[in-house]
Write a protein that binds this ligand. Structure first.
Ligand code: PLP
Length: 394
C-alpha cells in the first residue's frame, strides 16, 4: 500500500479514517487480549471487561454522562432505531402515549424508525425547517400533545452541517415531560455536548464519524429521570438488557479512545476546521459569482460546507473529479439522481439541489489540500458551464 494519497479526501461527513492512535489502542484487543468481556470468572474476561468499562466511562465523559448511561451498539443507525422504536414501543405497551415529533431533515434511519412505529399505530408529526436549515423550537413545542412520548431532533445535519437548537428543545421537552432524543452522529466530538445542561434523554453516537472504527456506536440513556425503552435485540441481557450480544471489545476500546482524543482536541480542531472551511469558501466565491451556501453558516459544525453553483449538475461534476472526494448530497442510484430531501426541505428547487455539493473537512486535512481541491473544483465547474449551450442559443 502506498502512503501517497492519490486523491484529496473531503467527505468527512460520510466517514472518517481511524486515527492511528485509536488503531494502536484497538489492535491488542484482537490478539493477545482476546477475552470475552462477559466471562469474568478468569483473567482474560476480566481484562476485557475492564477495557469495556473504561471505554464506557470515556464515551460518557464526552457528553457529560456517567458510564452507566452508555449502551454500546453497532453504530448510530442501531442507536437511533433503539431510541425511537424502544421509547415509543415501551410507551405504547404501557398506555403512556403514542405520538412522536421529528424533523424533515433527519437522517433516513431516524425517519424510517419513526415510519416503523407509525406502522404499529403511533402517530408522527414531521416539522419543517427554515431556509437556514434550523427548526423553530416553538414549532416543536406546538406539535407536542398529551400523547407525545418522544421528540427526536438531530444535533448536526449530515448534509448541511447545521446545528439544531438542542438546549432550547431540551427545556421545552423537559417542561412537558417528553423524552428528547438526538442523533449526534455528526456532533459528538465536534461540538460541545452536555446531556444535563441540554436536558437530553437519549443520544446516538457513531464511531466512524469521529475517527473510530465502523461497526461501533453508543446510545446514551438517561438514568434520572429514567428513559424507558423496549429492547430491540433479545438474548443474554448484556448492556443492561437493552442490547444483548457479546461486546466487540476492540471496537469499544477504540470508541473510548476516539472520544478522549476528540474531547481533548475539540476546541483547537474546531478553530482549525472552521478556518479551512472559510478558506475553501473564499476561494470558491472569488471564482464563482453565483455561488450559494446551503444552510446557516453561523450555526454550523466547523468541518462542513455545502455550496451550489447555479446551472451545474453536481453528479456530472463529481464524475469528472477523480482527484477530490466530495459528495453531491444527493442519493444517487445507477439510473437516476434523486435531489436531496434535505436541500428540498430548505426550499431549494430540483435544479439548485442538483447543483449542490457537500465538502467535508477533517482532522488530517491540510491548507494545501484545501487550496488544491478548490482549484480542481473550480475548474470542473467552469468546464461544465463552458460546455453548456449558451442561453442566447436556446
Ligand atoms: C452516519 C450517520 C448515521 C448512521 O451512523 P452509522 O454509525 O453509520 O450507522 C446516522 N445519523 C447521521 C446524522 C449520520 O451522519
Amino acid at each position: 500500500m502506498s502512503s501517497v494519497p492519490t486523491a484529496i479526501y473531503l467527505d468527512h461527513q460520510a466517514t472518517t479514517p481511524v486515527d492511528p492512535r485509536v488503531l494502536d489502542t484497538m489492535l491488542p484487543w484482537f490478539s493477545e487480549n482476546f477475552g470475552n468481556a462477559h466471562s469474568t470468572q478468569h483473567a482474560w474476561g476480566r481484562q476485557a471487561a475492564n477495557a469495556v468499562e473504561n471505554a464506557r466511562e470515556q464515551v460518557g465523559s464526552l457528553i457529560g454522562a456517567s458510564a452507566r448511561e452508555i449502551v454500546f451498539t453497532s453504530g448510530a443507525t442501531e442507536s437511533n432505531n433503539l431510541a425511537i422504536k424502544g421509547a415509543v414501543r415501551f410507551a405504547m405497551r404501557h398506555g403512556r402515549g403514542d405520538h412522536l415529533v421529528t424533523v424533515a431533515t433527519e437522517h433516513k434511519c431516524v425517519l424510517e424508525s419513526c415510519a416503523a412505529v407509525a406502522e404499529e399505530g403511533a402517530s408522527i408529526s414531521i416539522i419543517g425547517v427554515g431556509p437556514d436549515g434550523r427548526v423553530d423550537p416553538s414549532a416543536i413545542s406546538a406539535a407536542i400533545t398529551d400523547d407525545t412520548v418522544l421528540v427526536s431532533v438531530m444535533a448536526v445535519n449530515n448534509e448541511i452541517g447545521v446545528l439544531q437548537p438542542l438546549a432550547e428543545l431540551g427545556s421545552i421537552c423537559s417542561a412537558r415531560g417528553v423524552l428528547l432524543h438526538t442523533d449526534a452522529a455528526q456532533a459528538a466530538g465536534k461540538v460541545p455536548i452536555d446531556v444535563d445542561a441540554m436536558q437530553i434523554d437519549l443520544l446516538s453516537i457513531s464511531g466512524h464519524k469521529m475517527y473510530g472504527p465502523k461497526g461501533i456506536g453508543a446510545l446514551y440513556t438517561r438514568r434520572r429521570p429514567r428513559a424507558r425503552l423496549l429492547a430491540e435485540i433479545s438474548g443474554g441481557g448484556q448492556e443492561r438488557g437493552f442490547r444483548s450480544g457479546t461486546l466487540p471489545v476492540p471496537l469499544a476500546a477504540a470508541l473510548g479512545d476516539a472520544a478522549v482524543i476528540a474531547m481533548s482536541e475539540l476546541a483547537t480542531e474546531g478553530t482549525r476546521l472552521a478556518s479551512l472551511r472559510d478558506r475553501m469558501l473564499k476561494h470558491l466565491r472569488a471564482r464563482h459569482d453565483g455561488l450559494f451556501v446551503n444552510g446557516s453558516l453561523d450555526h454550523r459544525v466547523p468541518g462542513n460546507l455545502n455550496v451550489g453553483f447555479p446551472g451545474i449538475d453536481a453528479g456530472a461534476l463529481m464524475n469528472g473529479l477523480d482527484s477530490v472526494a466530495i459528495s453531491t448530497g444527493s442519493a444517487c442510484t445507477s439510473a437516476s439522481i434523486e435531489p436531496s430531501y434535505v436541500l428540498r426541505a430548505l426550499g431549494l428547487g430540483d435544479s439548485d439541489a442538483g447543483a449542490s455539493i457537500r465538502i467535508g473537512f477533517g482532522r488530517f486535512t491540510t491548507e494545501t489540500e484545501v487550496d488544491t481541491a478548490a482549484e480542481l473544483i473550480s475548474a470542473a465547474v467552469d468546464a461544465q458551464l463552458d460546455k453548456r449551450p449558451s442561453r442566447a442559443a436556446e
